[in-house]
Design a binder for this molecule. Sequence first.
Ligand SMILES: NC(=O)c1ccc[n+]([C@@H]2O[C@H](COP(=O)([O-])OP(=O)(O)OC[C@H]3O[C@@H](n4cnc5c(N)ncnc54)[C@H](OP(=O)(O)O)[C@@H]3O)[C@@H](O)[C@H]2O)c1
Length: 243
Amino acid sequence: MRLGLFGRGRLGQAIAARAGAQLAWQVAREAPPDTTVDVAIEASSGHAVPARVAWALDTGTPLVLGSTGWTLPDLHERIGQRIGVVVAPNFSLGVALLRRLTLVLARFCALDPQRDPYLIEHHQQKKHDAPSGTAKLLANTLLDGCPRKTAWALGGPLQAHELSVGVLRAGSTYSEHRVGYDAPAEVLELVHTARSAAAFADGALAAAHFAQRHRGVFTMDDVAATVLDPLFAGLAGPSGAPS
Ligand SMILES: NC(=O)c1ccc[n+]([C@@H]2O[C@H](COP(=O)([O-])OP(=O)(O)OC[C@H]3O[C@@H](n4cnc5c(N)ncnc54)[C@H](OP(=O)(O)O)[C@@H]3O)[C@@H](O)[C@H]2O)c1
């Protein structure tokens, strides 16, 4: 795989280190070279995404969108079956697992109105967007699984139908996402902590391989499906009671 990489920051450097000899070029704000690549990864800024999508369509290059803080409502229509695109606000396979577990947790909350779901994300002060792209993904997953919640809101007084999302920007925590529910007699939480951008490099390369082999718009859940699907089979098996 010959890889083009947009971004020279923490994420870009972590992906470059893992890609090794597969890396054909790496740029930040400058235009990419004419050298053809099999796939490119956008890991710079959400502001750059519209231009990267236009470049990918012009050059017929499969594209992985790893940066956050952007919206392109017509992305699916523009991509169609022309190239493969993976939209991945979080490259970690651990977070792909967390997303599935979050859907289960949300469905559990939907069974009892006293189970109140919530989400807290924590990043270092310099992160540009808030809430994080991963927090938006997990918040929307909670809303999908628990339909009495129909919108998410940051802090402040909430309406009964709103999901409470907390954003913390402090210290040197690279990235942490905490999903849970609060009920009268118990609290359950799922926490993912990324210690550095290295947590995302393997998943970024897996997404690049996937984008190369498929046409259309996909997510990290599609990329991780071959790993995750077997894990959710047979969960109703042995009781686990001591023998
Ligand atoms: N998908 C994931 O798993 C994942 C994980 C971590 C972060 N992210 C996201 O990935 C992006 C990069 O994160 P990071 O931690 O690497 O950030 P970073 O350390 O601040 O690096 C940003 C890089 O992008 C360049 N850049 C900034 N604004 C740009 C623009 N408007 N157009 C083109 N290039 C621009 C910067 O160039 P200069 O040095 O010239 O400013 C730098 O090379 C962010 O959107 C972040 O939220 C995604």
